[in-house]
Structure formats: C-alpha cells, structure tokens
Write a protein that binds this ligand. Structure first.
Ligand code: ATP
Length: 325
C-alpha cells in the first residue's frame, strides 16, 4: 500500500474580481510510496504549490474542496481537525518552502525555532533539546553551528537560512518531506549543496520526498517518479527516467525541448512552447487544456479525455500519445 494517496482531488479558488470559482486542481491522482522520491513539475501557475500545500491542509482561505481525498496512514487529511493536522505537520509530514525568510520566525533565534519544534512533538526532553538542535545543524552541514544556533534569520545568508529550514523539516524524522522549489531563491553556487543534502534524505533518513520544481534537470537527477502538471491537472506521470527519456505527452515533450543544452560549446537555441498557460477557468473541465498550444493536436482532441494507464505505472492524458517521436 502507498504511504500517501491523493485521489480525485479537485479544489476551487474564489475570485472576488470575477465573482466565481476557478478550479485550480482538477481531478488530481497520484501516490507516493515508502522511501520514494517523487518530482512534480510544471510551468508557473500549474498548481504545484497548491497541490503540495493541500497535503498539509494549508489551502488558501478563499478555497473550497470540490472532491477528493488525501490518504495518509488510512486517514483522510482533508477531514482532520486543525488540532489533528497540527500533530501531523512537522512530525509525520514536513515542508521546506521556497523562501526560508518568510517561513522562519523573524523574532526567534535558530535555537528557539528548532527546540520549539522538537518539544511541540515530544521528540525529546527539554534538557536534551539544545544538544539535538546543535546536532541537526551539523547534519545539514552548517559551519560553526554553535554560532548559528544563537542567530536570528535576518543575520544569516540565504543558503544558511535554507539549511536551517531543512534542519527544522527533518528534526522529527518525518515520513514525508515536501520540498517546494527549495533552491529557486538561492544562487547557483548554493543550490547544489542544498540538493545534495536533500538527496541524502533517502539513505540517511529513510524518508519519502515530494520535490516540486520547474527545473526538469533537478527532478531528473533527484527523483524516482515524476508527475507533470498543467493547468491544475496531471497530464503525465511515471518513472522519471521513462517519462523524461520518452515523453508521451506533448507538454512534457515541450518542457524538455525548452531545456537549454550545451552543444559543441555553443548554446543551442531553445525551442520552447508556443503561447502561455491558460487561466484556469478558461477551458472546459474534461477537455485537454494544452490543446491551444499543442503542435500535434487532431480533431479527436476536442473530445473529453482523462489520465489513462498506458504501461507499468505510466499514466498519460493525451489522444496522440508520443506522436512527436
Ligand atoms: N491565494 C490564492 N488566491 C487566488 N488564486 C490563487 C491563490 N493561490 C494560488 N492561486 C492560483 O492558483 C493557481 C495555481 O497556483 P500555484 O501557486 O499552485 O502554481 P505553481 O505551479 O506552484 O506556480 P509557481 O511555480 O509560480 O509557484 C494559479 O492560477 C494561482 O494564481
């Protein structure tokens, strides 16, 4: 059985301006197995953040669940009370946000933030907490951890802040760690160090990971399975290597063509995908939302479609699977 199962998840957000609901998640299905690393990719606005935040029941106030469930250890997270979900957050499922500055408490030292997490979940006695906080800073490879322990977030560099965020995320040894664009706010030299740390979760912590990124290279190198999102839907999923070596959905193919490749020391011209992502309420619910941008569409593409199993653990929502090969 899977560790986490997202079933038929549809979520709406109310727009005051338009005076109507937009479906930001549309019948999303995926699962996460024990010790598995799953990548979620897609353009900005495709629904990646809203999806992973839903796993911790952190949906925006102006949202409404239309359908679906998120099963973790036989419990539907979406049906838990605020008190019940608070017991799970950080302890069983933790999240590393894109911008550590906005997720760390600005008025608490690093020590206080880690200690608070450890004590809130009963991980250790008060007398042991500072020692454990120090060890955690060593685990995330922070130099001079004793000094960093007493600093406030604004006194630290972006890379160190993100390492502190990771220390907090792993402090309770959670079963699932969600990393939502964990390196986007950091410069390139720091990114690799953070990704190397995250890679180690698998061996050292035995945790499962959901890694959200718009960078296919990052997902390729760091995950076992991948789900490609477009307009609030998963359009293709499967083993990362299978999907990225032989994409079957034209959107995945387009994302891959948009990756810069170095060829004989010259930068190849990136092909990209024509047009831009639709606003979510612009398209009928069950019609392929990629249709207006697709170079391979046929008449059949204006008929309703859904995500179909095509091979071992490989799902695709397209009538013309792999037609561009
Ligand atoms: N609080 C909110 N109020 C209104 N609309 C929202 C809110 N949060 C998200 N949305 C909308 O939901 C859709 C999905 O947003 P989401 O942030 O999940 O996308 P994303 O794929 O994570 O994008 P990015 O890569 O830029 O973070 C977008 O159309 C976004 O404008």
């Amino acid at each position: 059985m899977s560790l986490l199962e997202v079933k038929n998840l549809s979520l709406g957000i109310y727009s005051e301006k338009k005076k109507r609901w937009s479906k930001v998640l549309n019948n999303v299905n995926f699962s996460l197995n024990q010790n598995e690393f799953l990548g979620i990719v897609g353009e900005s606005g495709s629904g990646k953040t809203i999806l992973v935040n839903s796993i911790l029941k952190l949906m925006p106030k102006n949202s409404k669940l239309f359908s679906g469930s998120i099963l973790f250890k036989d419990k539907d997270i979406l049906k838990l009370s605020e008190k019940q979900i608070r017991e799970i957050r950080g302890k069983d499922i933790s999240i590393i946000f894109q911008d550590p500055m906005s997720s760390l408490h600005p008025l608490l030292t690093v020590k206080d933030q880690i200690v608070e997490m450890l004590l809130a979940h009963g991980i250790c006695k008060k007398s042991e907490a500072v020692e454990i906080a120090l060890d955690l800073l060593k685990v995330v490879k922070i130099d001079q951890p004793e000094l960093v322990l007493n600093k406030y977030p604004f006194m630290l560099s972006g890379g160190i802040r993100q390492r502190v965020m990771i220390a907090i995320a792993i402090s309770c040894n959670p079963e699932i760690i969600i990393a939502d664009e964990p390196t986007t706010a950091l410069d390139v030299t720091v990114q690799k160090g953070i990704l190397d740390l995250i890679k180690n979760f698998k061996k050292k912590l035995n945790s499962s990971l959901i890694l959200v990124s718009h960078d296919l290279g990052v997902v390729w190198e760091n995950t076992d399975r991948i789900a490609v999102m477009y307009c609030g839907r998963i359009v293709e999923s499967g083993r990362t290597k299978d999907v990225l070596k032989k994409p079957l959905h034209p959107y995945t193919f387009g994302l891959l063509s948009s990756m810069p490749k170095r060829v004989t020391n010259k930068l190849e011209i990136v092909k990209g995908i024509k047009g831009s992502i639709l606003s979510l309420d612009e398209f009928p619910d069950n019609i392929c939302p990629f249709l207006p941008r697709c170079d391979f569409s046929t008449k059949k593409c204006s008929e309703p479609l859904s995500l179909e199993l095509v091979d071992n653990d490989r799902f695709v929502a397209c009538f013309n699977k792999g037609v561009f090969k």
